[in-house]
Design a binder for this molecule. Structure first.
Ligand code: HEM
Length: 143
C-alpha cells in the first residue's frame, strides 16, 4: 500500500481495533465452522463463551496481529517484516488444518463487520480489499 492508502486503512481500522470480542463474535456467529477449529471453543454455545477471559484473550491475539500488520503498512521498508509475519501466520494455520475457504469466510465476516462499524465508502472499500488481497496472497501460498 502507498502511504496514503495506509492512512485510509489505519483510520478505518482504528474505529474497530478495540472491539476485539465483538469482531471474533461476529466471525464465529457467521461461520460456526471457524469456531469449531478452536479447541477451547468447539461445541460451546457462542453467547455463553463471549464473556469469558479465554474468548477475550483469543480475540485480542487475533486482532492485535492485524493491528501490527496494519501499522506496518504504507512503508516499503516494512514489506519484509510484513512478509515474515504473514508467512508465519499462513504456516501455523496450515498446521491447524485451516482451509482457504475458511480464510475467505473470515475475510467476508471481518469485512462485513468493518463496513458496518466504520464510515465506509468506495475509497475505504478499495483500500481494504487491496490490503486483504495482498496478505491473502502470502497466506494462500502457505496453505
Ligand atoms: C490462532 C490470527 C484466521 C483458527 C491464531 C492466533 C492468531 C491468529 C494471532 C494466535 C497466535 C498463534 O497461536 O499463532 C488469525 C488471523 C486470521 C486468522 C489474523 C485471518 C486473517 C483463522 C481462521 C481460522 C483460525 C480462518 C479457522 C478456521 C485458529 C486456531 C488458532 C488460531 C484454531 C489456535 C487457537 C488456540 O491456540 O487454541 N490466529 N487467524 N484462524 N487461529 Fe487464527
Amino acid at each position: 500500500l502507498t502511504a496514503d492508502q495506509a492512512g485510509v486503512l489505519q483510520s478505518a481500522w482504528s474505529n474497530i481495533k478495540n472491539s476485539e470480542v465483538d469482531i471474533l463474535y461476529a466471525v464465529f456467529k457467521a461461520y460456526p465452522d471457524i469456531q469449531a477449529k478452536f479447541p477451547k471453543f468447539v461445541g460451546k454455545d457462542l453467547d455463553s463463551i463471549k464473556g469469558s477471559a479465554d474468548f477475550a484473550l483469543h480475540a485480542t491475539r487475533i486482532v492485535s496481529f492485524i493491528t501490527e500488520v496494519v501499522n506496518l503498512s504504507g512503508s516499503e521498508a516494512n514489506v519484509p517484516a510484513i512478509q515474515t509475519l504473514v508467512s508465519e501466520l499462513g504456516n501455523n494455520h496450515k498446521s491447524r488444518g485451516v482451509s482457504k475457504a475458511q480464510f475467505n469466510e473470515f475475510r467476508t465476516a471481518i469485512t462485513e463487520y468493518a463496513s458496518t462499524h466504520t464510515s465506509w465508502g468506495d475509497n475505504v472499500a478499495a483500500v481494504w480489499n487491496q490490503a486483504l488481497d495482498n496478505v491473502y496472497a502470502i497466506i494462500f501460498a502457505k496453505l
